[in-house]
Write a protein that binds this ligand. Structure first.
Ligand code: SF4
Ligand code: SF4
Ligand code: SF4
Length: 424
């Protein structure tokens, strides 16, 4: 491992985000958006990113007014070549936040919901579809039930589930947040939910059940493409532990290859997917209605993952249903919505198994920058009142991720929308 990659495992891509020193004006804007202080350079001089501190969120990239920041990983041409190879089945896995943003790249109004056009264009390009909303539903079932196990262990001493992590439980679907914990607060790793992110649940699903039962193709011929609002997802897909499908299929004698393959072969951001459609000369606005298949079914819980507070709201609904046998009423859980930096709420519910009422304290960290450290310091000191904490690195959640469309003034969607929230 080279000196530049001390905090990276073998195989991981270090330094997804780079500053082009020839284009950088040294204006310092990017520093305001970086949650880790990874950007160095004097005002007026070309800046640089410390790869070891960087968590790949891309917030600097979508807020550089001079377009001086770029990604080092561009696989649009590789995906097009795979789509044109008859021996490969390319499975596109679009995240919740992509469908409310990609329309902007084709002149549609900001925030247009274009699921129909996105599916249509993907099908025309040659993708099979596994909607990441489907996998987000899986994640929330895992994360919600894991929280119940941890809470019952802590509150009632329940045993019988093997190793149970401590409270508070942190969400685990944001790879930039995971890298933040691993590199800065490693003692809190046991507090992270053990649930994989939706992208990393979708990959093995595509290469096992999808390959064998839905598309009837050899697993080794499936090429999985995460389609994400996020630059950190490119890093996540490269992590060496994410090879579950291969190991499972190998045991079953169905891997079809002696060469290890990853669960997610590559990741395209929202901007990348728009470029792919343009390169393939697909008319996105007229792509039409298509049948996306059984792995494109999903609930409202999966859909709201793209928004700050969405994972927590989905988890609360799930935990409430499992513990009480009833739906949360009203189903919308508004205290965790909105643009405050740290939001908190409490839910009192009856655990029917134990016949006792429990009050669960929840928090949502909306963007790491300026919000996360006080929350973590209290957890470290053992004085945190919270049992479950959602953390999303990007302010606003994945809808404002580093892979989303950039406004013509070099700003992110959120910065353009700040006046709507009364922010300057
Ligand atoms: S915002 Fe862009 S131009 Fe300004 S210092 Fe950062 S990289 Fe350079
Ligand atoms: S990608 Fe994120 S962590 Fe890395 S330098 Fe940019 S803002 Fe900072
Ligand atoms: S908040 Fe969403 S878009 Fe931003 S780094 Fe995390 S997963 Fe990626």
């Amino acid at each position: 491992m080279n000196a530049e990659a001390r905090t990276y495992q073998k195989g991981e891509i270090p330094g997804i985000i780079r500053i082009d020193s020839d284009t950088c004006k040294g204006c310092d804007s990017c520093k305001r958006y970086c949650p880790t202080g990874a950007i160095t350079g004097m005002f007026g001089a070309a800046h640089a990113i410390d790869t070891e501190k960087c968590i790949n969120c891309g917030q600097c990239l979508i807020n550089c007014p001079f377009g001086a920041i770029h990604e080092t990983v561009d696989t649009v041409d590789t995906v097009i070549a795979s789509l044109q190879d008859k021996n490969i089945t390319v499975v596109g896995i679009p995240a919740p936040a992509v469908r409310v943003a990609i329309g902007e790249e084709f002149g549609m109004a900001d925030g247009s919901l274009v699921t129909k056009e996105m599916y249509g264009a993907m099908k025309k390009a040659g993708f099979e579809i596994l909607d990441n909303n489907f996998a987000a539903d899986l994640t929330i079932m895992e994360e919600g039930t894991e929280f119940i196990v941890r809470a019952r262990h802590a509150l009632f001493g329940e045993e019988g589930h093997g190793h149970v992590g401590p409270l508070p439980q942190f969400t685990s679907c944001c790879p930039a947040w995971i890298r933040y914990v691993e590199t800065r607060y490693p003692s809190l790793i046991p507090n992270l939910s053990s649930a994989k992110s939706p992208q990393q649940m979708a990959g093995p699903l595509a290469k096992t059940y999808g390959a064998l039962e839905i598309w009837k193709k050899p697993p080794e011929s499936i090429y999985t493409v995460g389609i994400m609002p996020c630059t950190a997802k490119k890093f996540e897909a490269s992590r060496p532990e994410f090879t579950s499908a291969y190991h499972f299929l190998k045991k079953e004698g169905k891997a079809g290859s002696d060469t290890l393959y990853p669960d997610i072969d590559t990741v395209l951001t929202t901007r990348d997917l728009a470029r792919l459609f343009k390169k393939m000369k697909l008319d996105f606005r007229k792509a039409g209605d298509v049948e996306a298949g059984p792995l494109a079914e999903y609930t409202g819980a999966g859909t709201i993952f793209g928004n700050t507070g969405g994972v927590m709201e989905a988890a609360v609904r799930t935990a409430y249903r499992v513990l009480t046998g009833n739906e949360l009423d009203p189903l919308e859980f508004k205290p965790v919505r909105g643009m405050k930096g740290v939001k908190s709420a409490s839910v009192t519910l009856m655990d029917t198994k134990y016949g006792k009422e429990v009050t669960v304290n929840l928090a949502v960290v909306n963007g790491l920058h300026g919000n996360i450290e006080p929350v973590l310091e209290r957890v470290m000191a053992g004085t945190s009142p919270y049992h479950f904490i959602e953390v999303m690195t990007c302010p606003g959640g994945c809808i404002n991720g580093g892979g989303q469309p950039i406004k013509s003034d070099g700003s992110s969607w959120l910065r353009a929308a700040l006046p709507l929230f009364g922010w300057k």
